[in-house]
Ligand binder design. Structure first.
Ligand SMILES: Cc1ncc(COP(=O)(O)O)c(C=O)c1O
Length: 410
């Protein structure tokens, strides 16, 4: 059965009955610009290797290896037993919106009224809704290249144009206020940043974020900040942009910090004036996020859940420390120590002129799957690869040992 890959690197099996005799597809023009993940080919091969009995070390998937914390699962089981799952209000059940608001107050000492919070089907829906309420056809959104690959497709799906700005180690792979000013065009209506970022795990310093906000606001555009990895930082505390600005769109999710990728639940904080538009669009596109996941997520802020989330965070930090040292020893260059998320974005140019080919060969010969830079943009993509490290250290050790052997044998 053919296999595609979702945003986070997971597999989706697709029906192989694509062909209807006599029906040639007449696809919308936008579909030519919405790309699948290049890593699909690699993951398909990894699956085939595993099916043939070979163990593959998978450092492609962008999700925690830990299960969802027990209090969340128990809350879900209670909700299932009550058997009263229904559509909910489009922006989520009131207690969950309030719990998220309280979470901002407790964790960040920031007052975010629950009326500005919309619960969404993963942060993916939050990103799509944001683009939907902001963009007219041809409007431009500035974003970093490399960046999370779906972002440009959310923009395209809503008829906008994504402009990837090349970023490198000199700015910790992040946009800066200066870069934004340099690349601004008459069509720019929004700027999207992620801190910590996927694929680089790097953060934007609070002063720079404030400057970025000033530049964007001065031009009458909107700043969108993806804070999905915010709880996952190491040795540094990431403050929400909401601490310095109210007129921003903030994207967040239960997927990563709360280990709930499969529950498809996230949230959006929007400036109050946009909420009726967000609500109207959410009603029409989704009706509501899954009631079951919302009931379950009410337990996400329970002290026992938070203890587990913190233990997980510490484990990710140890995994990062191990893998960062190990890949640097192997000859990959990671010039900026990632302080968040669970990715290493490594320059492999000392080892290969073509990271895509390198990833395919590494998989075929060593059974290790990592993502080629091509999946995250165009800028120097052939030099880079991404390691996703939320795995037990012994698994990472085996991956490293295999890469070492592979490099020595070439
Ligand atoms: C930066 C970033 N934003 C958004 C998402 C979407 O996540 P979800 O829809 O599970 O909340 C991801 C997933 O990997 C991501 O890395």
């Amino acid at each position: 059965m053919p296999i595609a890959i979702a945003a986070n690197g997971n597999l989706i099996q697709m029906s192989d009955r694509f062909d209807v005799p006599g029906l040639s597809p007449r696809l919308a023009a936008r579909m030519a610009e919405i790309e699948p993940f290049h890593v699909v080919e690699l993951v398909t091969r990894a699956q085939a290797l595993e099916a043939s009995g070979r163990r593959v070390i998978n450092m492609v998937v962008g999700e925690p290896d830990f299960p969802t914390p027990a209090p969340i699962v128990e809350a879900a089981m209670r909700a299932l037993r009550d058997n009263r799952l229904r559509y909910t209000p489009a922006l989520g059940i009131a207690p969950l919106r309030q719990a998220i608001s309280d979470w901002y107050q407790e964790r960040q000492v920031v007052d975010v009224p629950s009326t500005r919070i919309g619960v969404t089907t993963g942060s993916s829906a939050a990103l799509l809704l944001t683009m939907g309420v902001l963009l007219n056809p041809g409007d431009e959104v500035l974003m970093a290249d490399p960046g999370y690959p779906c972002n440009r497709h959310f923009v395209r799906a809503m008829e906008g144009r994504a402009l990837g700005i090349p970023v490198g180690a000199d700015t910790a792979y992040q946009l800066t206020a200066d870069l934004i000013e340099q690349h601004w065009t008459a069509r720019t209506v929004a700027v999207l940043v992620a801190s910590p970022s996927n694929p680089t795990g790097t953060l934007i310093a609070p002063e720079e974020l404030r400057r970025i906000h000033d530049v964007v606001r001065a031009r009458g555009a909107r700043l969108i900040v993806d804070e999905i990895y915010q709880g996952l930082t190491y040795g540094v505390d990431a403050r929400t942009v909401l601490a310095v600005a109210e007129d921003v769109f903030v994207i967040n999710s239960f997927s990563k910090y709360f280990c709930m990728t499969g529950w498809r639940l996230g949230w959006l904080v929007a400036p109050g004036a946009y909420i009726p538009a967000v609500e109207k669009l959410a009603q029409n596109l989704f009706i509501s996020s899954p009631d079951l996941s919302q009931q379950a997520a009410l337990a996400a802020f329970h002290p026992d859940t938070l203890k587990e989330a913190e233990r997980n965070r510490q484990a990710f930090e140890a995994q990062r420390d191990y893998l960062l040292t190990a890949v640097r020893k192997l000859g990959f260059e990671v010039p900026v120590t990632p302080q968040g998320a669970f990715y290493l974005y490594a320059n492999a140019s000392a080892l290969t002129p073509d990271s895509h080919h390198f990833c395919l060969d590494l998989l075929a010969r060593a059974g290790v799957a990592i993502t080629p830079g091509l999946d995250f943009g165009q800028h120097r993509c052939a030099e880079h690869v991404r390691f996703s490290y939320p795995k037990p250290i012994p698994v990472l050790e085996e991956g490293v040992a295999r890469i070492e052997k592979y490099l020595a044998s070439r």
